[in-house]
Design a protein around this ligand. Structure first.
Ligand code: NAP
Length: 410
């Protein structure tokens, strides 16, 4: 029986496991996850008010529950064991570790309190154990840098009223922090034109439906082109309604510096002609994409793990954002995982390695506590049972709190 290990239980890892179940019917497959809970970007990246998108976890969870799959939660490759140790135990290992780190702008002031990357900001409002609350002091004006869907998510979560967040899994302490902000303006700033923006129509249009916020365009006369995105922006510009919070779209502004002494006060941008503009801001969220740092000896180069169609080395593969960079929707991972799984299976050899039994022995020898699928389901049940009446779930925001609701190992 060949043994395959997948590192990462986000959509890339789960879809890969699903394809491998079909393509390698004799293989035993283990999915290793550093947190006690699975689903990576679906749990911690998809916005808490987009529960329709998060519903894909039901499909992914069915994969993890399959008999030939072993879920090894609370086990971090790089901390608890090395990648090379894992490769010695399994016939094939796949990195599905995503791109969890923020890209940096590399401009002055990026370390000022009040400046935060989207991985950290989205991680915080999604209750990721790694991401504490950012500095949020009397935020009247927020600047969101970037013209992708993450920028829209951030603007929308900042803008929504309490009633609009009903049914989400946004944590109460997070909501309390956001609701207390004296927010008046959210600037969404792109370095290129409106026609170049990477927003999708549905996400952008949603901003026009919010209760306490209204989108508008800083310079409607400069809107050029007839793409659906530009047409939506023209509609925003023509809407004369007023609201408590304005979401102002700017284009053609390249970030130049975060300005402030002890705390962010403004963001400076330059235009193509060289002129500058300063937008006042007590919070700036950079939504300019993510990077993978790789895993142990499989280091990333320019934010991705170097590979040839998913192959990194003999018996070592990569899929998802760690393979191709931070682009595409959740279903993109399914089709990509199919190609990686086909290649892996074509090259798979049974070396007689111990696989799951060897990994379990290593964990026992090191005194490491594995969270299996049953343990995750206990965490899931506790989160669902703990939900307030206007929330669908109360997420634990620390590993300790997650482990505390699992029956101790027998
Ligand atoms: P993205 O779509 O690639 O957008 C990144 C933005 O950052 C672009 O506007 C880019 O501008 C800008 N940018 C990059 N470097 C910059 C710099 N140095 N200075 C100024 N701006 C810079 O990435 P994303 O928003 O992080 O989203 C990641 C993926 O997840 C995307 O495929 C997205 O569609 C997906 N996603 C989907 C949803 C949804 O469907 N609801 C929600 C969230 C995310 P340029 O275009 O000029 O490079």
């Amino acid at each position: 029986m060949p043994h395959i290990a997948i590192i990462g239980s986000g959509p890339a890892g789960c879809y890969l496991a699903d394809h491998l179940l079909r393509l390698a019917p004799a293989a035993q497959i283990d999915v290793i996850e550093r947190l006690p809970v699975p689903f990576g970007l679906v749990r911690y990246g998809v916005a808490p008010d987009h529960q329709g998108t998060k519903a894909v976890v039901r499909v992914l969870d069915r994969v993890l529950a399959r008999e030939r799959i072993g879920f090894f939660g609370n086990l971090e490759v790089g901390r608890d064991l090395k990648l090379d140790e894992l490769r010695a135990l399994y016939d094939a290992v796949v990195l599905a570790t995503g791109a969890p780190d923020d890209r940096r702008l590399g401009i002055p002031g990026e370390a000022l309190p009040g400046v935060v990357g989207s991985a950290a900001f989205v991680g915080w409002y999604n209750s990721h154990p790694d991401h504490a609350a950012p500095a949020l002091h009397a935020v009247r004006s927020a600047v969101v840098v970037g013209n992708g869907n993450v920028a829209i998510d951030v603007a929308r979560i900042l803008a929504k009223s309490a009633a609009e967040l009903a049914g989400s899994d946004l944590a109460s302490p997070v909501h309390a922090r956001l609701a207390a902000l004296p927010l008046e303006t959210i600037h969404v700033v792109g370095r290129r034109s409106a026609a170049d923006a990477k927003f999708t129509q549905h996400e952008l249009a949603e901003l026009g439906t919010l209760a306490r916020a209204r989108p508008r365009v800083a310079d409607p006369a400069a809107l050029a082109g007839d793409t659906p995105i530009v047409e939506l922006l023209r509609g925003f510009a023509a809407d004369a309604r007023t609201a408590a919070v304005e979401i102002v779209f700017h284009f053609g502004l390249a970030p130049a510096a975060f300005v402030g002494d002890q705390q962010l006060q403004a963001v400076r941008f330059t235009r193509a002609g060289g002129s500058t503009l300063e937008l006042p801001a007590q919070l700036a969220v950079t939504c300019i994409g993510y990077r993978s740092s790789g895993c142990c000896s499989a280091a990333a180069v320019d934010g991705v793990v170097p590979n040839q169609d998913g192959r990194v080395d003999d018996g070592l593969y990569v899929t998802g954002w760690a393979k191709r960079g931070p682009s595409g929707t959740i279903p993109t991972n399914r089709s990509e995982a199919q190609q990686v799984a086909q290649r892996l299976v074509a090259e798979l050899r049974d070396h007689g390695r111990p696989g799951r039994a060897g990994l379990s022995a290593l964990l026992a020898a090191r005194g490491l506590r594995r969270v299996d699928h049953a343990g995750w389901k206990q965490i899931d049940a506790a989160e669902l049972a703990g939900a307030a009446s206007d929330r669908c779930r109360r997420k634990f925001d620390s590993v300790e709190a997650m482990l505390a609701v699992i029956d101790p190992p027998g």
